[in-house]
Design a protein around this ligand. Structure first.
Ligand SMILES: *Cc1c(COP(=O)(O)O)cnc(C)c1O
Length: 379
């Protein structure tokens, strides 16, 4: 059996008529940038996230950048986050001139460990930026609590967490603002680049709207030096179509993830823990194994495509070497990056495919198989 890592084409097949009609509509209206489709999408996505405002942008990275600027982050400030994330989380902090300050993860969730945040707070700390990695909400109650006690702002990196819930509240509605990405492979993916900032703060929303469009509040009257972070009309139209299906797709991901969990119970893999009171939306299904690269190769020969999210933590990436964190600074993060493997998971995947992947994974993680495949003797 062949199991691809994901399959965007299968999804398009079911959407094709709607998408082609939407393209035609956008072209007929010549609303190529922002416009009605984007404005409607903003209203619909705000409602979906349980927030008052959504500002549609050209990427999740832009959303993080504007959220940080909206929180008043300036050169010399510090922003506390995790090194177990996609690099955009740290880059957005760097764009503002602030310094990313990393905190190790809780190995059970792979998200920032709230118990280690306070020791990282200094006079310069302005924001705590938790990432809901793989669609699993970070521990927002303790994080919001710490922020309140220290007068800090929370901004959520919800780029992988469309529709996730933390103890009954929507991911993306806890912090002062949140960033979502609509990169094609995300749970809600555009047919190009896309992102959004969500917030309940009308002033922050207004500020972000001005900044995304060259800092103008009125055409050709500019109040700030802004950016070109606008969303395309076509992406707005596609995202509206797909938002209508997101609930069903998420339920599908969650069912397949539960199937994986039940099948992998006996295998030599570590599974992340889900908070029973929260809703993980399983952007990715990540497990942890020893001798990861061998396991990956062996799965590949059995027709199973996998991926790594992410092979190197941010503090060990070249552009962040200057921060001075060396290997060993965040042991749980580093161990997660060495052992993580993302298994295929997408809404169109079948239960048979999940069973096959689980069976192959159990087979290749058996001690004898791993030892033979890597050419090492039993010790
Ligand atoms: C995808 C992603 C981003 C960046 O989103 P883009 O739309 O690609 O700019 C930021 N943070 C995380 C955790 C992501 O997964």
């Amino acid at each position: 059996m062949k199991v691809p890592y994901f399959d965007l084409k299968a999804q398009y097949t079911g959407l094709r008529d709607d998408v082609l009609r939407a393209v035609d509509r956008v072209c007929q209206n010549t609303s190529f940038i922002l416009g009605d489709e984007v404005a409607h999408f903003e209203e619909e996505f705000a409602a979906y996230c349980g927030v008052a405002h959504c500002v549609a942008l050209n990427s999740g990275t832009s959303a993080l950048h504007l959220a940080l600027l909206g929180a008043g982050v300036q050169p010399g400030d510090e922003v506390i986050t995790t090194a177990n994330t996609f690099i955009a989380t740290a880059e957005a902090i760097s764009y503002t001139g602030a310094r990313p300050v990393f905190v190790d993860i809780d190995p059970r969730s792979a998200n920032i460990d709230p118990d280690r945040i306070e020791e990282a707070i200094t006079r310069r700390t302005k924001v705590i930026l938790p990432v809901h990695l793989y669609g699993r909400p970070a521990s927002l109650n303790p994080i919001m609590d710490i922020a309140r006690r220290h007068g800090l702002t929370v901004i959520e990196d919800a780029c992988q967490a469309h529709g996730a819930a933390y103890r009954g509240g929507h991911a993306g509605s806890f912090g002062r603002a949140a960033a979502f990405s609509f990169y094609p492979g995300k749970n809600l993916g555009a047919y190009g680049e896309g992102g959004a900032l969500t917030t309940n703060d009308p002033q922050l929303a207004q500020f972000a709207r001005a900044l995304r469009d060259h800092g103008q509040s009125e055409r050709y009257f500019h109040d700030f030096i802004g950016y070109n972070y606008r969303m395309d009309g076509f992406q707005g139209a596609v995202l509206r179509i797909k938002l209508g299906r997101l609930h069903e797709w998420t339920a599908k991901r969650q069912d397949l993830a539960q199937l994986y969990r039940s099948l992998l119970g006996g295998a030599r893999v570590d599974l992340p823990q889900d908070d029973p009171l929260s809703d993980c939306v399983y952007h990715l299904f990540v497990v942890y194994v020893d001798d990861r690269d061998t396991v990956r190769r062996e799965l590949e020969t059995r027709g199973v495509q996998t991926a790594i999210h992410y092979p190197r933590p941010i503090h060990l990436q070249k552009p962040y070497a200057a921060l001075g964190y060396g290997p060993g600074s965040f042991p749980y993060t580093e161990r997660a990056c060495e052992r993580c493997i993302s298994l295929p998971l997408f809404p169109e995947m079948t239960a048979e495919q999940v069973r096959y992947v689980a069976e192959m994974l159990a087979e290749v993680t058996e001690p004898a198989c791993v030892a033979l495949a890597s050419g090492c003797a039993f010790s």
